[in-house]
Design a protein around this ligand. Sequence first.
Ligand SMILES: O=C(O)CCC(=O)C(=O)O
Length: 274
Amino acid sequence: MLTNDQLAQYDRDGFVIVEKLFDPEETQLLLKIASADDALEQPAESAEKLDLSRKFAAKVLSLGDGAGGESKFWVDDDLGDDYYSAISRCRRIVDSVEQMLGGEVYHWHHKMMLKSARTGGAFMWHQDYGYWHKVGYCLFPFMGSCMIAVNQTTKANGCLQVLAGSHQVGLINHERVDGQATADPERVDAAVERLPLVHLELDPGSAVFFHCNLLHRSDANRSDNPRWALICCYNAARNDPYRDSHHPRYTPLSKLDDDQVVHAGRRQLELMAT
Ligand SMILES: O=C(O)CCC(=O)C(=O)O
């Protein structure tokens, strides 16, 4: 749950950082599981592993970044028995997002941003609602996200940058540039002139909750350290899309008690080791 101060900060800035949302063991599990999944994307030696690799590689997407770079991530619209789903369902996130959005929420999607050392591409200025309202047919901006740092995020490895207070400018027109939905540069420039730019440097396991209209971007990763982050996204139950899309319609989210998160991670790691 967010404190009143944290909620006030979220209302004012459109984002709030929560340090150490996940403890060291939970965070290590996330890193280990994500690293094992990433390895599956590489050509596998055994037929069994190849099958798994294909399944995992099928999920990994890559977008241009307008400057020759490649921004890689995977995204899942569904929840399963895996650790990422357990995190997406845990109360410390879902209850907080419900406070932010003022009512019941359900899972929209979750995604792992795989900004690799030296090669990870940039993300251009955008609002998530800038494309969710189109591809997901949600009428209201009653949507939000929680981004959890898997490894240390710094300016050097392309941490998230946000314009504090930009969630209040309302929906900006977005165009596709190199595959990415990007906000109208004239309006972005005006916002950059008027609002504080904040680099979200986070320790592993720390997180930022943010509003779907918050303008955000990130630089390419020129450092020797990867910058991976899990982003769990939610829609308010009262904002059920007015048309079908690949995103699930409102389905009640079965919340997971916080003390169960570590068990889900240990279970998955054991399964992956067998
Ligand atoms: O991972 C990043 O740097 C940016 C991610 C992002 O902007 C998004 O997924 O909407």
